[in-house]
Structures are given as structure tokens and as C-alpha cells.
Design a protein around this ligand. Structure first.
Ligand SMILES: C[S@@+](CC[C@H](N)C(=O)[O-])C[C@H]1O[C@@H](n2cnc3c(N)ncnc32)[C@H](O)[C@@H]1O
Length: 520
């Protein structure tokens, strides 16, 4: 395959030297797994321990090869603080603070990187758009934006943001009435609060009563108002419940009556529903009326781009998108960390009418990132992914890791047997997503991806290096792998002491070649 690169030197794309660490120091900072990382259980036979050490040495060797391959691209970027990259920075930002989508990146990060990489016109795509952060920031900057999202909660947040743009003064006047007179409090109940098996008993009885009155009252309002009232309700469900989102599942407060583990969980104050919904509606109104809200939500000016939601799995939708149609892709897929969005967002999914069957379907359609994901037949989904799959089959570090995890499974060293299948599914599915991203990008287009490395069975998995290697073979040029400071000072000594915790969190910057001899 021939690629012709005509990427011109752009000073604004270069991370300032003051923000970078010299390459050698960066390499000192990168975590490595060694056999001594592992503390073998006392009753594991020596032969198993030796075999494990052999596997890890092989993994290290392939990891070293890839690090050398990308040595020039790996850059420690001190401007990318964890606060900036995660949802945290949204907490102060009007409109973005309404729904706490913990897995979101911040609006500021999108602003910052769109501007640093000169992405100013055309249409951007986020194939895992979540709450739509990249979409709305891009639209605010005058770009058009398409977002694919599988889960109804992400879809609902994006739709609510779109609808709020279209609300009229009379809708806001009516919201003020809701706020000031709490009209639901006197409403007869006609609607039941929907539940799923995993959400049964999630709220105090008084809260269920108030939510049902609220839903009943909302059902008598105009369609536009109903949508905003439902969105406001979704924004407070976690706070008024006995649960807390905790990555892999919902944690249950001891007051729920659910059986507790060895450590009793107390989530602190459980906010009464009337107070929680009052302050949420007040927040929405205040963001709107303060003029503090970014243009993407409320301006109807000509310089605001359009936002389009494509609901469903990106594995189904990406192949339907036209080649070469996007100027940039800005995304963050689920990490390979076992986080189960269908469990952590179960309260919200129940209110949105998702039933048990639908919940299982969504769990299986998610990018493989939980131990429950079954193998997806990618070739049946799209025969054109043969190259992408072969590319994954030939990636030496990935294959060494998969062999190791399979061996760990057969030697009963994994705390869950689904881990090996999940990791395989994650990389193979993402190989197909990366191939599609390259296809739908226009020549010269930029892909920006936020992702974390992970560790299983003592092997630290360099997701950043493996994805970049797959991307390169699929026709991307890897410009940079921007490494976030780890928040522990990043000194070599500290890395020594905390080596097992310090998995890289990165932002990948890849470019599609300007021109390619074969198809685009
Ligand atoms: C890390 S979150 C993205 C958050 C987003 N950047 C934001 O700021 O809100 C990953 C998202 O991918 C979605 N997702 C998982 N599997 C998917 C699939 N197969 N197709 C589309 N979206 C998927 C999840 O529901 C989740 O919202």
C-alpha cells in the first residue's frame, strides 16, 4: 500500500516544550510489567509461576518493540490534566453540568483540542458520543456534528439538549410555575415509576410517591415541556436513590435494606426528591436566563452548526456512512475496564422504558467492555472488515496478550473467565471501528481519541500502542500519543513505588493520509 503524506508543518500543533518532558525521562515514566509485579498466591505451583513469568517476558519484549516504534510520538503533555480530560471540568460549565455523565470528557478539552489542531470547518463525528459533549462544543464552534450512541440515556441527553434550543419563552414561563409552586405535589397519581430487576427498591418510599406524582403531573403538559421535565428527572435519579454509580455496577447504601458486603456502604445524604428536582429545574432556568449558556444550546445564530444523533450501535451505523465525509473524529470509546453502563445507568434506563429483554440486548450490543459480552460475528456484520480483523490477528503484542490471558483462564488464574473473551472482543471490534473511522474521514482529516490503558493478571495492556499500531496499518499516520501526567508527580521514584497504579491515560492524535492509491 502506498500512502502519500502532505502534512504541512503547523507550529500550533506542536506541544510547547515547556509542557513536554524529554523523551528519555518519559520512557522512565512508562509503566512496565515484570514477573516481579506479580505476587503469586502461596499455593500456585512453581511451574505455573515460571510459565507466567515467561509469558510476561514475551509481552514485555513486544511492548518494548512498540514503544520504540512510537518513541517519537509519545509525549507527556502537562496541559492535559485529569480535571480537563474528565467530566470534572464540566461541573462548573452551564448546560454541561445538568446531567452528570461520569464517563464524559470535558467541554473544555474539546474546545482546546479543536483549536490546537485547527479543526474549524466541515462535519465532525463521534461514534461513541455519550452525552454529546464533542457534538455540542463542535456545533458551538460552527462545525456540524454527527454522533452515534447506543444507550437510550446518552441519546436522551443529546435530544434534550437539542430540544432546549427550540424552546419558546412560554415554555420557560411554564417551567417557572413548576419551580415556584411544585404543582406535582398535589397531583393524583396515574403513572407508576418503572423498575428493572436490578433497580428494585432503589428509592425511599416517599421518593417513589413524589416521583410518581411528578410523572403524572408532567404527562398533562405539552410535548416539549414533558421532555424537559423528564430530562430534569433523569438528572436527579442517582442523588435521590440509595445507589451510587460505581463503574462496574450500582453500589447500594445500607439503608436500602440490600445485603451489604464486608464493608458497609453509606453514600451520605440522600436528597429528598422535591428538593433535588427543585434545584435541578432552577439550575436549568438559571443557566438559560443568565446568558451564561454556550451558544450551542441556545443561539439560533447562523454560525452555530447542526447536531445530528444517529441512535444505535456504531458497528451497525458506521458502515452506512459515506466515505470521506468527515473532517475530524473526536471520540472516547468505552475503556477495556469492565465498566458496565447498562448497570450503572439502570435507574435512568428504567425510567426511559427499557425492559429486561431490551437491557440484555443493549448489554450485548455494547462494545465488548464487560465480562458478560459474548463474541460478536464481525464478518457477518460487515464482510469488508476482513482486513481489519487480519490486522488484529497479526499484531504481535495483542496476540501475545491474548495467548497469555487464555493461558491464565485455563490455569484458573483469572478472577473472571470472561476477561480473556472481553479483551479479545474489545480489540477486534475496535480494529473494525478504526478501519471505519479511516474510511469516513476525508483525506488529511484528524482523529482524536481519549482512552486508558488497563491491566489484567499482572499484564499491563498498552491499549494506546496497540491501537496506534492497528491504526497505522489501516492507513492512519500516528502524529502523537499525548500522555497525561499521572497526578503523582511523575518522578521516576514515584513511578517505582506506584508502578502498578500508573497506567497511561492518553489522547491519541492520528491523521488520515492525504491521498491513497487504493479506495478511500
Ligand atoms: C466513554 S463514553 C463517551 C462519553 C462521551 N465522550 C461524552 O462526553 O459524553 C462511551 C460511550 O460509548 C457508548 N457505546 C458503547 N458501545 C457502543 C456501541 N457499540 N455503539 C455506540 N455507542 C456505544 C456508551 O454507551 C458510552 O456512552
Amino acid at each position: 500500500m502506498d500512502y502519500v503524506w502532505t502534512v504541512s508543518f503547523r507550529p500550533e500543533l506542536v506541544v510547547p516544550h515547556s509542557k513536554m518532558l524529554p523523551q528519555n525521562s518519559l520512557f522512565d515514566l512508562l509503566p512496565r510489567q515484570t514477573a516481579s509485579d506479580l505476587e503469586p498466591a502461596p499455593n500456585v505451583p512453581h511451574e505455573i509461576v515460571r510459565e507466567q513469568a515467561r509469558f510476561l517476558t514475551t509481552i514485555n519484549d513486544f511492548d518494548d518493540d512498540l514503544r520504540s516504534r512510537f518513541e517519537k510520538n509519545l509525549v507527556l503533555d502537562r496541559s492535559l490534566t485529569r480535571q480537563l480530560v474528565s467530566f470534572q471540568a464540566n461541573k462548573q460549565r452551564a448546560a454541561y453540568r445538568w446531567f452528570k455523565y461520569k464517563e464524559a470528557f470535558s467541554a473544555q478539552l474539546v474546545d482546546f483540542l479543536l483549536s490546537r489542531y485547527g479543526i474549524q470547518k466541515g462535519t465532525i463525528l463521534d461514534p461513541f458520543c455519550g452525552a454529546g459533549t464533542a457534538l455540542f462544543v463542535a456545533a458551538d464552534a460552527g462545525l456540524n456534528a454527527d454522533g452515534i450512541e447506543l444507550l437510550p440515556i446518552g441519546q436522551e441527553i443529546v435530544r434534550a439538549r437539542q430540544r432546549i434550543r427550540k424552546l419558546q419563552p412560554e415554555h420557560f414561563a411554564r417551567l417557572k410555575v413548576w419551580l415556584n409552586s411544585q404543582i406535582w405535589a398535589r397531583q393524583e397519581k396515574s403513572v407508576c415509576l418503572p423498575e428493572l430487576r436490578i433497580t428494585e427498591g432503589a428509592y425511599p418510599a416517599q421518593t417513589v410517591d413524589q416521583i410518581e406524582r411528578y410523572l403524572s403531573s408532567a404527562s398533562t403538559e405539552s410535548a416539549e415541556l414533558q421532555e424537559i421535565l423528564r430530562f430534569s428527572l433523569l438528572c436527579v435519579l442517582e442523588n435521590v436513590s440509595y445507589t451510587r454509580k460505581d463503574g462496574q455496577y450500582l453500589r447500594w447504601d445500607h439503608r436500602s435494606g440490600r445485603k451489604q458486603g464486608a464493608k458497609i456502604f453509606d453514600k451520605g445524604e440522600i436528597i429528598p426528591f422535591n428538593a433535588a428536582i427543585h434545584s435541578k429545574i432552577a439550575e436549568v432556568l438559571s443557566d438559560f436566563s443568565s446568558g451564561n449558556v454556550s451558544a450551542d444550546l441556545f443561539s439560533k445564530g447562523a454560525d452555530v452548526g447542526r447536531v445530528e444523533l444517529l441512535p444505535g450501535s456504531c458497528l451497525d451505523i458506521l458502515p452506512q456512512l459515506k466515505s470521506g465525509s468527515y473532517s475530524a473524529i473526536f471520540t472516547s470509546p468505552p475503556y477495556c475496564n469492565r465498566y458496565d453502563y447498562t448497570r450503572t445507568y439502570a435507574l435512568e434506563l428504567a425510567v426511559l422504558g427499557v425492559n429486561e429483554t431490551e437491557l440484555s440486548r443493549l448489554r450485548q450490543e455494547m462494545l465488548s467492555c464487560t465480562v458478560e459480552n459474548r463474541v460478536k460475528d464481525l464478518i457477518s456484520l460487515n464482510p469488508a472488515w476482513k482486513d481489519a480483523i487480519e490486522n488484529a490477528e497479526q499484531q504481535p503484542l495483542l496476540q501475545a496478550l491474548l495467548r497469555y490471558l487464555e493461558w491464565c483462564r485455563s490455569a484458573s488464574l483469572l478472577n473472571n473467565n470472561g476477561i480473556a473473551r472481553m479483551v479479545r472482543g474489545y480489540f477486534y471490534e475496535m480494529a473494525c471501528v478504526i478501519a471505519e473511522c479511516r474510511r469516513v474521514l476525508r483525506p488529511g482529516g484528524t482523529l482524536i481519541m481519549v482512552n486508558d490503558n488497563v491491566r489484567y493478571a499482572g499484564a499491563s495492556i498498552s491499549v494506546d500502542l496497540i491501537f496506534s499500531s492497528l491504526a497505522e496499518r489501516l492507513g492512519f499516520k500516528v502524529e502523537n500519543i499525548l500522555v497525561l501526567p499521572n497526578g503523582k508527580g511523575n518522578s521516576s521514584q514515584q513511578m517505582g513505588a506506584h508502578g502498578r497504579d500508573a497506567l497511561r491515560k492518553c489522547v491519541y492524535i492520528w491523521k488520515k493520509a492525504q491521498r491513497r492509491t487504493a479506495d478511500t
